[in-house]
Structure formats: C-alpha cells, structure tokens
Design a protein around this ligand. Structure first.
Ligand code: ZN
Length: 323
C-alpha cells in the first residue's frame, strides 16, 4: 500500500466584495502531494494550481500565506480536471495522510460542489500526521504547527513553507520518522457518515476503541438506541455493569463508567455530532481507566447534578419574583 501525503491551499470570500457561497466556504486553489511506498520512501510527486471559479479575489490571508499571484492561478486548471488527475495519480491501493484533519474534508466538499462522485460511501480511514506527531513525540493531545515539528525533528528547511507541494513534502518527511507501532492510530474522516448499520465503523486501537454510528434524526432517537447506550467491554465483548450511569454535563457529551472483572474500569464517552446533511451521528469511545479516574468521573456526575439543582432553584425563585 502507498501513502498519499497531500496538502491543499484554499481561498475564501473576501468580506464585502464577494458573497460567501454556503456550500463552498473554501475554494481549493492548489493541490500538492507526495507518494510514498510501503517503506515510506518517496516515489512520486503531484502538483497542480487551480483556476478560481467561485472567489476570484484572493483573500488577504491567503495571499499573505501562500505567495501565489492571481495571474499565476488564472493559468491553472479547473478543479474537476485537477481533482480527477490527482485521484488517477493516487492509484488504487493507498491511504491519505495530511497535516491535521481539514484537507480531506475540503477535498470532498469541493468535489461535492462540482458534482463529482464521492471518494467513498462511508468514513475514510486516513493518517492525521499532526496527531501522529503528538502521539509519537509529545502528549497525544497537543497540536503543533508543521514548522514546529520540522524544527523539533531537526529536518532541514530546504524549501519555503505554505505552498501545497512544500507542505506535503515536509509532512511526508515527518511521517517517515513516525515509529511503525504509532501507525495503528488511524483517523476517520466523517464527511460521509455511515448510511446504515452495515457501514458503521468499529475500530480498536492500542489503548481504546472507537465506534462511528449511522445517522439519526434527533437526540431522543440516539439515547433510545440500546446498542449505543450499552456498556460492552471491547476486549471480551461482555455486557458490563455500570458503576456510573450515563450523564451529560452539557447535552453534547455523555459519559458512563462500567466495570469488567477481567479488564477493570472502562470509560464510555458519547459525542453527538452534526453530519454534513445536518443529521446527527454518534462517535463513541471506550477506554480502560484507573480506579482513581473512575472516581473522578463519579465526582463529575455529582457536580453536574448539583449545578442542575441550583439552576432549577434559581428558575423557581425567578418565577416567584415574577408575581
Ligand atoms: Zn473485558
């Protein structure tokens, strides 16, 4: 399998002059990519400038950032031509890699805008190299700039940043340094949410598991789904007894803690997200935690309850004072 390390540059509405097109807030104006073989050695490069068709003025930030002139872009190819050429160049057996999760979303959104067939009919597995960098060298949570990572790894800065091809080139250099075992941390792009149960994602990683659901119309439908609200051990697949029942501090994230005799405490987290079609879907993560962490979640739940109680009392008081 090859790795397609790619980077896009995009333009946006220049406030006041051109109206923003809702279905295309960011118009891709450059594609740069590096193809690595299974040993993560560079075997090919792709670069294309794209002639703007929606936003003709270059946004001041874009202009400052990427040093591309309008005249240069006018000579570029159409998006549909460039994207088809790029996808042909990618070949058959590959996985996308990019610095952060945004490029893959914008690629699909631009393709959709021009009526191109979707890249996939379900979430796409890809490598977020910015995340891999954090897992390999930092704390898993921090997200650094590309240049920071290049400096951190003492990689020679032999070409300027912020052009699609150079950023792809540097991202590929960083990606090549990531230890093999860290590559189990694949990400999923959810521009296309599973349309049915069959296409749902269930992935097990080094120390947690992730489930991406099909679409739902509303929250009630989600919280009524027995499987989503279940607390199964992702290693031995048994239904576990909940030690802290589901609660939500904010209506978006839900937590619960269960206990497996064999594997210990397990934390479940549900995040309700909005899909591109304005429906809802669920990302549920399952992770083994220490007893201390389990206690901390219990405290969090009690805290949530307290706050709710206080708010309720305030409401009653406000009502009373209305009379
Ligand atoms: Zn278990």
């Amino acid at each position: 399998m090859n790795y397609i390390v790619f980077d896009l540059e995009w333009n946006q509405s220049n406030t006041g002059k051109e109206e923003e097109v809702n279905s295309l807030p960011f118009e891709i104006i450059e594609i740069g990519a590096v193809k690595l073989n299974s040993e993560r050695v560079k075997i090919s490069e792709y670069h294309q400038l794209i002639k703007p068709q929606v936003y003709h003025e270059l946004h001041h930030i874009t202009q400052k950032l990427i040093h591309v002139q309008k005249e240069e872009l006018e000579k570029g190819s159409s998006f549909v031509h460039a994207a088809s050429e790029f996808l042909d160049w990618c070949g058959e057996d590959y996985i996308f890699c990019s610095w952060g999760p945004l490029d893959l979303v914008e690629l699909q959104r631009n393709m959709k805008y021009y009526g191109m067939p979707p890249l996939n009919d379900r979430p796409i597995a890809f490598y977020d190299v910015q995340k891999l960098f954090s897992i390999a060298y930092e704390d898993r949570k921090s997200r650094r700039s590309l240049e920071y990572a290049i400096d951190f790894l003492n990689i020679e800065k032999d070409i300027p940043f912020h052009r699609a091809i150079s950023d792809a080139y540097y991202t590929a250099k960083i990606f090549a340094t990531i230890e093999e075992q860290v590559l189990s941390n694949v990400s999923y792009d959810t521009f296309v949410v599973p349309e049915n149960k069959k296409k749902e994602i269930f992935a097990v990683f080094d120390n947690y598991a992730k489930y991406i659901s099909r679409e739902f119309h509303d929250k009630t439908e989600i919280t009524a789904d027995r499987e989503i609200m279940s607390s199964k051990c992702y290693l031995c697949h048994r239904n576990l007894k909940k030690k802290v029942k589901w609660f939500t501090p904010n209506g978006k994230h839900y937590y619960c803690v269960a206990y497996c005799d064999k594997h210990g405490f397990m934390k479940f987290k549900i995040r309700i997200k909005k899909s591109e079609n304005s429906e809802l879907y669920v990302v549920k993560t399952m992770k083994y935690i220490s007893q201390e962490e389990a206690e901390a979640i219990k405290v969090k739940k009690e805290h949530t309850k307290e706050i709710r109680k206080i708010k309720k009392q305030q409401k009653i008081q406000n009502k009373d004072s209305d009379y």
